[in-house]
Design a protein around this ligand. Structure first.
Ligand code: SF4
Ligand code: SF4
Length: 501
């Protein structure tokens, strides 16, 4: 018999939260109600990972999408491109911001500042030192079924999904979301990957040899050349998979341990994607992934039910893993069963919560109560004309969804001047109300409650502040080195239900 049965009543739960008679009355209105912790662990609705009951599958994401407005986006116009940032502040100013960051970095390591000490640098640089070599259509080291003299694997989409999920999780992913690459989802495929240097500010556009274009062609197998990544025009499936990040490392933000926590997901992704490409090749199929992004992984995560949108348009929050989580995508011709979006009350919670807004040192996050269809312009007026007058204004956002829009220009400029890595301060994501440890059962209670009612959102946010979850004080950052944490700094068992985990 479960040890939880008859031990924790809803009244005790609410009492534990400091809510008595009137509050319990409010709780009684919650549909559906739960009886005890075992209700929360039940998972009778999910077609994919076994998830708690309060993670509800829905037909449409909790953030609205207008597919008539949505268009394929040119990711060269994100603020990951220095050319875009230079348009806003000028190339000289951008260079001086970067130089200030470098100078501060040297001063910090000499001063032995918490978060920027030699050992912190060593961790960050080692985390980024060993990537697997990735290739759009795979490294092609394993034999195909044809080379083995056997027929390719054929199974139903359900059978395919089971073996694909099992292989992808074994190779390093913690969860998997799937969508058919239909006419809607094709609109998420970028026309070019991100990141263009400031040198192209005055000679836009960069040639396709700098950022290959991503195109569809009437062929059977994807391939790449020096100028393009090619996706076959045939039935395909878009897969989003997750690589967690160390919540404890992130809580030391800003600094190099938190940067190492962020960096590690890219290293792990390079191995996972390379290996799953080889797995699919070995059973007679193909996976495409190298261009970053091919499909913005946050969008894929929301549409496939791995996450919901948040108040930060660049952060997508997983019901299981919270705000510090990595999402990556691939495209495959193995027929799979799509997964549905979810409603766990997360996006609705962000309407009431302002924790990330209050911590942001660059005033980059919106404080409006409601999301908007209209992307917000930067608070910095650009000093140069648009790189391409045909792009929407602002060019760094892709319209077509009703969300909270971040000022990516001020955020990325702040990151450029950071004495850490110049890749962003990360404080909002680390401080988020959802950056809590899955093992603490009170957080399961809270997540279950906010999935069913928004009545207590304000309370939960205030309680989170009161209990001090989120960022560590600066003087405690180096304590990370004394913690005993799991391999890679995160739990890989959150979505596991078999094998005694
Ligand atoms: S990364 Fe830093 S600057 Fe950017 S939105 Fe988050 S807290 Fe603000
Ligand atoms: S801190 Fe609050 S508002 Fe910001 S993303 Fe997290 S839950 Fe949403």
């Amino acid at each position: 018999m479960s040890k939880f049965h008859s031990v924790v009543s809803r009244r005790d739960f609410m009492k534990g939260l400091g809510i008595t008679s009137a509050g319990v009355g409010g709780a009684a209105l919650m549909p559906p109600t739960f009886n005890d912790l075992d209700d929360m662990a039940s998972s009778n609705e999910s077609v994919s990972a076994k998830r708690a009951w309060w993670v509800k599958q829905v037909d449409e994401p909790t953030a609205e999408i207008d597919w008539d407005i949505m268009k394929r986006y040119d990711a060269r116009f994100t603020t990951h491109s220095d050319a875009v940032l230079a348009r806003y502040v000028g190339a000289e100013k951008l260079a001086s911001i970067v130089a200030e960051g470098a100078q501060g970095r040297q001063e910090a390591i000499l001063a032995n500042d918490p978060g920027y000490q030699l050992r912190d640098w060593a961790l960050y640089e080692s985390a980024a030192s060993a990537y697997a070599t990735m290739s759009w259509d795979g490294i092609k080291k394993v034999k195909t079924p044809e080379q083995r003299g056997v027929p390719k694997w054929t199974g139903t989409p359900e059978e395919n999904t089971r073996i694909f999920r099992a292989a992808l999780v074994f190779l390093g992913a913690t969860d998997v979301g799937i969508n058919e690459l239909d006419e809607h989802h094709k609109k998420l495929v970028c026309t070019h990957p991100q990141s263009v240097s400031a040198s192209y500010l005055t000679k836009w556009p960069p040639p396709d040899t700098v950022n290959k274009r991503i195109v569809f062609e009437d062929i059977q197998e994807g391939y790449k050349t020096d100028e393009k990544y090619v996706i076959p025009s045939k039935p395909l499936w878009a897969v989003t998979f997750t690589i967690p990040m160390s919540k404890d490392a992130w809580r030391t933000a800003p600094g190099l341990v938190s940067a190492a926590g962020n960096q590690s997901r890219y290293r792990l992704r390079s191995q996972t994607i390379t290996c799953i490409q080889e797995f699919l090749r070995a059973i007679g199929y193909q996976a495409l992934d190298e261009a970053y992004p091919t499909i913005p992984a946050g969008a894929g995560a929301v549409l496939t039910g791995l996450a919901e949108c948040s108040r930060n348009s660049e952060v997508h929050i997983s019901p299981e893993y919270g705000s510090c989580h990595g999402y990556f995508d691939l495209i495959t011709d193995l027929p799979l069963v799509p997964t549905k979006p979810v409603d766990a009350g997360i996006f609705r919670f962000c309407h009431d919560c302002q924790k990330c807004v209050q911590i942001c040192p660059a005033d980059s996050l919106p404080s409006e109560k409601e999301p908007s269809w209209q992307p917000t312009k930067s608070s910095i007026s650009p000093v140069h004309p648009p790189l391409d007058p045909n792009m929407p204004d602002p060019e760094f956002h892709n319209p077509g969804k009703k969300i909270f829009w971040k000022d990516n220009v001020t955020c990325n400029l702040f990151g450029k001047g950071q004495i850490g890595t110049g890749s962003g301060c990360k404080m909002c994501q680390a401080h988020c109300t959802f950056n809590v440890n899955a093992g603490a059962i009170v957080h399961q209670f809270v997540k279950a409650t906010l999935s069913t009612t928004s009545v207590f959102n304000g309370l939960f946010w205030r309680a989170d502040n009161t209990f001090g979850y989120g960022l560590k004080p600066e003087e405690d950052r180096e304590d990370w080195w004394n913690q005993s944490l799991p391999a890679y700094g995160f739990s890989t068992t959150v979505a596991a239900r078999d094998g005694g985990h």
